[in-house]
Design a protein around this ligand. Structure first.
Ligand SMILES: [Zn+2]
Ligand SMILES: [Zn+2]
Length: 279
């Protein structure tokens, strides 16, 4: 396998999380069991088989590899991928793909689908993606992947199988949908992106940006640029119910050892071992 971009991996309860993110460099995440990925800042060769992608926003470190990915799948004779993008960006991305088609003389077959906060995308019977607003310097989105199943309604719990069958035959809806947030993804955003979507705090796995960690990089200034500071996570520490929190997208102005040191000072037990720094 060609090794063209770094990828880190973590497996939690049968769910694999793969990815890498560094501010102003590149961001890409993939959940192979869910057959989807977030952001196309670069495209590791091993990610090519995943055909559904959600792009959080159009900054280059999150979208630059979109044409590369589309062209690569065509060359490898794979099905055209489906890429969900913030609605205002589609027109421009289509133009870019057309220009690359002229330069490269290769087609760019793909389905680009506009999305906005509040949208719900049905991936399958078991999985749905919801879209939330985030706060950044350009239109930007957050995503939650939900596991959903049907469950007998509470008022029918004590009925016999026969009674339930009769109700069902008479046209009564006996089940209701039960949803559980599996994975939440906050691309670039000020902390409002977390606060606006309670499922971000409840998802089994949260992937979040954490661009700034140093006390000298002041929060108020950082929020203007639409990013999260370590102090924002500290303020919200009681709210995180996630089993795994992956923090990434660190600024390139920090060396790795400084990030680790500052985060460990703020969270000596790394939120009970739930907080993972992906450097
Ligand atoms: Zn970024
Ligand atoms: Zn950005």
């Amino acid at each position: 396998m060609v090794d063209n971009s770094p990828v880190r991996t973590l497996v939690h309860k049968g769910l694999t999380i793969e990815g890498y993110s560094r501010a102003a460099v590149q961001t890409y995440w993939r959940l192979p069991e869910l057959k989807l990925g977030f952001d196309l800042g670069a495209q590791p060769w091993s990610f090519m088989g995943t055909n559904t992608w959600f792009v959080s926003h159009a900054h280059l470190d999150h979208i630059a590899a979109l044409p590369v990915y589309v062209a690569r799948r065509r060359m490898m004779k794979m099905e055209p991928p489906t890429i969900y993008l913030p609605e205002g960006t589609i027109e421009h991305v289509e133009k870019i793909l057309k220009l690359f088609t002229r330069l490269d003389r290769g087609r760019m077959p793909c389905q680009l689908i506009p999305i906005k906060p509040g949208d719900e995308i049905e991936l399958s019977r078991e999985h749905v993606v919801t879209v939330s607003a985030t706060k950044h310097t350009v239109p930007s989105l957050g995503f939650v992947v939900w596991d959903r199943r049907r469950k007998l309604k509470a008022e029918f719990q004590n009925l016999s199988g026969e009674q339930i069958r009769d109700l069902r035959l008479s046209g009564t809806e006996v089940t209701e949908e039960l949803r559980m947030p599996l994975v939440a993804y906050l691309g670039d955003s000020a902390p409002e992106g977390l606060d606006a979507c309670p499922a971000m705090y409840q998802a089994r796995v949260l992937i979040t940006e954490l661009t700034f960690v140093a006390p000298s990089h002041r929060k108020d200034k950082i929020h203007k640029f639409g990013h999260i500071h370590l102090d924002d996570l500290v303020e919200r520490r009681e709210r995180f119910q996630n089993e795994v929190i992956i923090a990434s997208h660190f600024s390139t102005r920090y060396v790795d050892s400084r990030i680790t040191r500052l985060v460990q000072r703020a969270f000596p037990d790394l939120l009970g071992g739930r907080l993972h720094l992906w450097l």
